[in-house]
Design a protein. Structure first.
Length: 256
């Protein structure tokens, strides 16, 4: 059993495409629990998630749509806080720890900590599971964030770091690469769920804090470069992102 855990904040612009990518996964729906936590969105994010849960009822092992009890004072996107400081990261850490605890208390053997602005190509979950690692992340490109241009350049900046300070680039293709920090779509196994490692406010962000906690426990962190996911930082990149997703794996199924 796998639990897919995702935070949302004013994500109506991408929810349908995010869910379509989840539905497209080859991993069995009956072996998948979906845990969605909304952070006091002011748009239709919750309505879209609940509509999805209603339509997909019985297909998945379970679908939970939860509401945050720790709403950030600013109602902008949780992925784009007005101040990238320890207070903002601490807020995100609280939310991430909520879904992490939910996954840990379930019967899941694994949890996929999946950001709401990541579009998975079909087969990503099974590819991650096949590595049989305690922590392995799908390779996501961060070129849009760093250069203003959406790209799947194999030599581009990616959502992983070898030193905890700068994104890695040019990781070897078709391999498992050990890194210090990875983000976006992180698969963890039961040993990590039971390790006590948690997200926390940190100058390098809450995900960095989680990865450092795993490092301190002797748990390796790796990135799978055989599969890619598309990181959609802003609505203006969405159309190009969907074209890239089709290029990665044609025939993505929808949710409608």
């Amino acid at each position: 059993m796998i639990a897919v855990a995702t935070l949302f904040k004013n994500s109506a612009w991408i929810v349908k495409d995010f869910l379509a990518a989840v539905v497209s996964q080859t991993h069995g729906a009956k072996d998948t629990r979906l845990i969605f936590l909304d952070d006091a969105s002011s748009d239709t994010t919750v309505d879209l998630l609940r509509a999805f849960a209603k339509k997909q009822k019985g297909k998945y092992a379970s679908i939970e749509v939860l509401a945050s009890v720790d709403a950030y004072a600013n109602n902008s996107s949780s992925r784009d806080l007005p101040q990238r400081d320890t207070a903002g990261y601490a807020h995100l850490a609280t939310l991430r720890n909520t879904v992490l605890a939910r996954a840990a208390s379930s019967d899941a053997d694994h949890a996929l900590l999946l950001d709401s602005d990541i579009l998975l190509a079909p087969g990503c979950i099974d590819a991650l599971l096949a590595w049989q690692q305690p922590f392995v992340a799908t390779l996501v490109n961060n070129d849009a964030h760093l250069t203003g241009r959406l790209s799947l350049d194999p030599n581009g900046w990616v959502g992983a770091s070898l030193n905890g300070r700068t994104p890695a680039r040019g990781l070897p293709a078709n391999s498992l690469c050990e890194v210090l920090v990875a983000c976006g779509a992180m698969l963890i196994d039961r040993s990590v769920l039971d390790s006590g490692a948690m997200f926390a406010g940190h100058r390098d962000d809450e995900v960095g804090a989680f990865c450092y906690a795993l490092r301190d426990r002797g748990i390796p962190r790796s990135v799978d470069t055989t599969r890619r996911a598309v990181h959609v930082m802003e609505p203006r990149f969405l159309d190009d992102a969907k074209l890239m997703l089709k290029a990665l794996t044609p025939g993505v199924k929808g949710t409608e």
